[in-house]
Design a protein around this ligand. Structure first.
Ligand code: F6P
Length: 366
């Protein structure tokens, strides 16, 4: 029977379990065998008991759980030729040449590399006696489908990455909770949110949580931001507002590229107003816990489509990214999506914000 491997890789995200469950069950329905590759690329590298078949009940009771029950890792295994060769050996030996990878852009880049070199790596293995010629011929091509699991929503090719909606809920609840204590004491709070070099979580929760001010990687403030920020906060207070909330993305920086950290904002406020603000760094709370309804159904729908896509693939088929566009589940070319995503990160790092902002968003089409 056709065998499909599924792995979660890189940072976990809420909704990954919903996708794994959908993949296992849609696979059974389609008459293919689905194998979990546990602990991400590290498990593919180590092989053995890390690769095991998933039955219907193996994925029972995981839909509402955060994280990923098949484990994940930020693995260095894929960065070396030896590591990649070992991965190919383990997968081919398990009869797996169709792979669904759930991860962020780093993990999907690793997958893309493997796909590119799969044929050569097989030949190297045959030459060194690592696998037989028959096995290599049987698994000549790797079919690859990516699902984007990341709370950052930083991937081109899908409107929403799996986990983002849950993280938005978590952050918004935290802002609500902080607002009530801030109001009581008439305090200012600085809330730092995740997102790496992407300001999506910060921007959306600023709007959803009614925060007063925000700092985003893609939109570094013009010179004099310290005065403008303090002025905005003071005007709010003068108008009767008892709490002030500033949301800062972890990747925020000024136009010189100096990070705008929660501590830096704290120091500016203290120095200019004498008021001592409080800092809350939400950290991994944003990534843990129950997935939202949206992340559950979206990941389920994408998981089912991923199975169809990986079964449909033949040797001509380029790797596919399954995501959502305007509430439809869509297939997009994986490689251009990964490359465009990397480009944006580079533009942000280089301070070319206009290009970065212009290239973000759901408008990316092949
Ligand atoms: O990519 C997801 C993310 O949560 C980012 O928002 C954050 O910068 C990073 O992962 C944290 O990484 P780690 O889990 O390795 O601490």
């Amino acid at each position: 029977a056709t065998r499909i491997g599924v792995m979660t890789s890189g940072g976990d995200a809420q909704g990954m379990n919903a996708a794994v469950r959908a993949i296992a069950r849609a696979g059974l329905r389609e008459g293919v065998e689905v194998f979990a590759i546990r602990e991400g690329w590290q498990g593919a590298f180590e092989g053995g008991e890390h690769i095991s078949r998933l039955g219907w009940s193996d994925v029972s009771g995981i839909l509402n759980r955060g994280g990923t029950v098949i484990g994940t890792a930020r693995s260095a295994a894929m960065h070396t030729r030896d590591g990649q060769r070992q991965v190919v050996r383990n997968l081919a030996s398990a009869g797996i040449d169709r792979l669904i990878v759930l991860g962020g852009d780093g993990s999907l880049t690793g997958a893309r590399e493997l796909k590119l070199h799969w044929g050569d790596l097989l030949e190297e293995l045959v030459a060194s006696g690592g696998i037989s010629r028959e096995l290599a011929d049987e698994h000549r091509h790797l079919s690859l489908v990516g699902l984007v699991g990341s709370i950052d929503n930083d991937m081109i090719g899908t409107d929403m990455t799996i986990g983002t909606d849950s993280a938005l809920h978590r952050i918004t609840e935290a802002i609500d909770a902080i607002s009530s204590t801030a109001e009581s004491h008439r305090r200012t709070f600085i809330v730092e949110v995740m997102g790496r070099n992407c300001g999506y979580l910060a921007l959306m929760t600023t709007v959803a949580g009614g925060a007063d001010y925000t700092f985003l990687p893609e939109s570094p403030p013009r010179e004099g931001w310290e005065d403008r920020m303090v002025d905005t906060l003071e005007r709010g207070r003068a108008a009767g507002r008892r709490d002030s909330i500033i949301v800062v993305a972890e990747g925020a920086a000024d136009r010189e590229g100096r990070p705008i950290s929660a501590q830096r904002i704290h120091d500016v406020i203290l120095e200019r107003t004498g008021e001592e603000p409080r800092i809350t760094i939400l950290g991994h709370v944003q990534r843990g816990g129950k997935p939202s309804a949206y992340d559950r159904w979206m990941a389920t729908a994408c998981g089912v489509e991923a199975v169809r896509a990986v079964i449909d693939a033949d040797e001509q088929t380029e790797p596919v990214l399954v995501g959502v566009s305007h509430d439809e589940v869509v297939r997009r070319p994986l490689m251009p999506s990964v490359i465009a995503t990397r480009e944006i990160a580079r533009h942000v790092a280089d301070g070319d914000y206009q290009t970065a902002v212009a290239s973000r968003g759901p408008g990316f089409e092949q």
